[in-house]
Ligand binder design. Structure first.
Ligand code: SF4
Length: 676
């Protein structure tokens, strides 16, 4: 037959602590009394009796010696009576978990809440908790929640639980009462030890044919274990090995064993051994070791994770599975402005904390959230400084030498003025309150020194962007850019962290005298990538090629022989260029300017003058248009023909008739000849 012991069984930390405190007093040779049995287990009671510990039920009978307040705790009025007895030493062995339950009940009661306790009215723990509400708490057995009337639940009501209550029953009760009163607040005060014992008992019960629950029938938590196991498999509750009957085990191959929180280890061992070997002989001495409390050993500096169980004005209590709740004082929490602990924490919140102090005598553990957050922020900053990762912070203050940045968790960094930007910025006031990204360039935890540089971050980002742009740019593509600088020979355009050059000849399809005639610094334009030389970080761009080529319209708009008007844009020795429309010019060769010999085109036309020309030829491929001024004019009358033709023989022809037009039209030529 296999005998399996549940993962969590037997003495809980509260019982171990109470027993340890009692035995310590016994060792001092004091007369030791307990107010009622220390725990609900006769084995333990007998053991203590053998050590001289006496049980007193009526505290009025106590006068001198040492009195142990048992793990269940007592109401405040009883404590008052004990304190008045000057010859009596009080050792408070109330389980810290029970103490925090009392505290919760007391705090809420003081704040006008109706307190409902899910538990057994007769149980000393419940009676003690109720005492902290001046006996006004409503105690309801989980089976009797229907007896609670809506009228009993005022606008402010709190539901708590006896620490040894069944999880499922408490949850059910909370759900039903919440329906009756949505304002009801629920504090989960079932002790972890109880919950763990119940859960591991159920888990084991589902794998065996029989369960044995070891513990006293007066023990509430033992009885609950029996209840939950019985819902899964056949279960017997025994106070010790002697109660086990052989007939229970006939044909059984797997037996599970669990034990209540007040069951001593030697009793569990007896049962285990009895099950495995009927020749069992109890060796009590071997298993009794109260010094050997298997609690995790915590030290200042340890980080713990726990759940918020109580939020007060000046402190928060956090359960982290230890024998006592951690105390988080208000001063150890970062609270901004008027924020209170109640604003910041809610029940059941999971929190990470740093242990500051442990006082074993008083069972107090003081923790800090502030210092843990600060430590963690330092770690983050150190990592960022090592890896070069960007960090963020808020500009908190402008000082003469630079900027103070708030880094969170009450840490501040300094950014010297020269490291704020890549450009010169005369006044930093504009940055106040803004979020900044930066690099950490120097950090010293011991000296609380953090030096930051936004400039370095901007430079690195620009370099990164430049390399990305160089890697991604493709010749021939049209991309957006911003004009950064204008020079005589062209315009520098930022195309994404790197400037490319638009040569003056590539600015426009028209002739450009200076880039500033066409562009402005800061202007957003589209440019075509002509050439990329990554190793020299050079990019050639064209603005005009990013726009439609005006020559493509020439064939549609003009035909050879057509007379058109155009402005003279340039005069050269061999002729004059005439603009047909923006970006398209034709040439009037010097030979096409007049019917007579012209020494220089300026004798006939001036720059800016609008002239009529005749299109002689169009060659779109070579972007050439030949124009003629002389052919655009009406042909001068032929003197010979006019003088001697028969038709004119009888007419009265004068020289003015023959040359008049010519003189009028070519007046300028005459003038210029005179001037020469
Ligand atoms: S069961 Fe929980 S609350 Fe009760 S004494 Fe043990 S540890 Fe404390």
């Amino acid at each position: 037959m296999r005998v399996l012991l549940a993962e969590h069984a037997g003495f809980c930390s509260g019982v171990k602590r109470a027993l340890k405190l009692t035995l310590q007093e016994v060792d001092k040779g004091e007369k030791v009394f307990t107010l009622g049995p220390l725990v609900h287990n006769d084995e333990v009671t007998n053991f203590l009796h053998s050590k001289g510990v006496k049980i007193v039920e009526d505290l009025q009978k106590l006068d001198s010696g040492t009195v142990i307040i048992r793990a269940h705790g007592i109401p405040p009025r009883h404590l008052k009576i004990l304190r008045e007895k000057k010859r009596l030493k009080i050792v408070d062995a109330t389980c810290p978990k029970v103490k925090s339950l009392q505290k919760i009940a007391h705090e809420f009661f003081k704040n006008g809440y109706d307190i409902i306790i899910c538990g057994n009215k007769q149980h000393p723990e419940v009676q003690a908790v109720s005492g902290w509400t001046e006996g006004k708490a409503i105690v309801v057995d989980p089976e009797d929640y229907d007896t609670i009337k809506e009228t009993l639940l005022g606008p402010k009501a709190l539901l708590i639980s006896q620490t040894t209550q069944r999880e499922d029953r408490f949850s059910k009760m909370a759900k039903i009462l919440k329906k009756k009163n949505p304002n009801l607040e629920v504090y989960h005060t079932i002790c972890k030890a109880t919950a763990l014992r119940q859960a591991s008992a159920v888990k084991l019960a589902s794998t065996v044919e029989l369960m044995l629950v070891v513990g006293d029938e007066k023990s509430s938590n033992t009885n609950k274990l029996t209840q939950v196991c019985r819902e899964v498999v056949k279960t017997y509750q025994v106070t010790g090995a002697r109660e086990i009957l052989a007939k229970w085990l006939v044909g059984i191959k797997n037996v599970g064993v669990t034990a209540g929180a007040s069951t001593p280890p030697w009793t569990i061992k007896e049962v285990m051994v009895k099950m495995e070997n009927d020749n069992f002989e109890a060796k009590t001495e071997e298993v009794v070791s109260y010094q050997d409390v298997p609690e995790k050993d915590y030290r200042p500096g340890d980080i713990i994770t726990g759940k918020v169980v109580l939020v007060e004005e000046d402190q928060v209590l956090v359960d982290f599975g230890y024998k006592t709740e951690a105390i988080l004082p208000r001063a150890e929490v970062f609270l901004e402005g008027d924020t209170t602990l109640k604003d910041k924490f809610s029940l059941e919140d999971s929190v990470d904390l740093l242990i500051l102090k442990i006082n074993d005598q008083e069972d107090k553990i003081i923790v800090s959230q502030k210092r843990l957050e600060r430590e963690r922020r330092w770690n983050e900053l150190e990592e960022a400084a090592e890896t070069g990762q960007n960090m963020e912070g808020i500009v908190k203050e402008i000082v003469p030498a630079g900027i103070i940045i708030e880094l969170g968790s009450s840490l501040e960094g300094f950014m010297p003025g020269s490291l704020v930007d890549v450009r010169y910025i005369p006044d930093f006031q504009q940055f106040l309150g803004q979020e900044f990204s930066f690099k950490i360039i120097e950090l010293n935890r011991e000296r609380d020194k953090i030096i930051l540089s936004r400039k370095q971050m901007l430079e690195e980002e620009a370099e990164k962007q430049k390399q990305e742009t160089l890697a991604n740019l493709k010749e021939g593509e049209i991309i957006p850019g911003v004009v950064k600088r204008l020079t005589d020979f062209g315009a520098f355009v930022d195309v994404g962290g790197i400037d490319g050059l638009v040569h003056i000849s590539e600015i426009s399809w028209q002739r450009v005298g200076h880039p500033q005639d066409v562009l402005k610094v800061g202007e957003e334009i589209e440019v075509k990538v002509l050439e990329i030389i990554p190793e020299r970080e050079r990019i050639s761009l064209s603005l005009r090629q990013a726009q439609p080529d005006p020559w493509t319209k020439v064939d549609e708009e003009y035909t050879v022989g057509e007379i058109i008007s155009g402005k003279v844009t340039r005069i050269v020795n061999f002729g004059a260029f005439v603009e047909l429309f923006p970006g398209v010019e034709g040439l009037v060769h010097i030979s096409q300017m007049a019917d007579f010999h012209v020494k220089h085109p300026s004798e006939i036309v001036q720059e800016g003058e609008v002239v009529e020309t005749k299109i002689l030829d169009i060659n779109v491929d070579s972007k050439r248009i030949s124009l003629s001024i002389k052919k655009a004019r009406p042909a001068p009358r032929d003197l010979t023909t006019h003088s001697y033709s028969k038709e004119n023989e009888n007419q009265n022809v004068t020289l003015g008739d023959v040359f008049g037009d010519l003189f009028n039209n070519e007046n300028s030529i005459g003038k210029s000849e005179e001037e020469e």
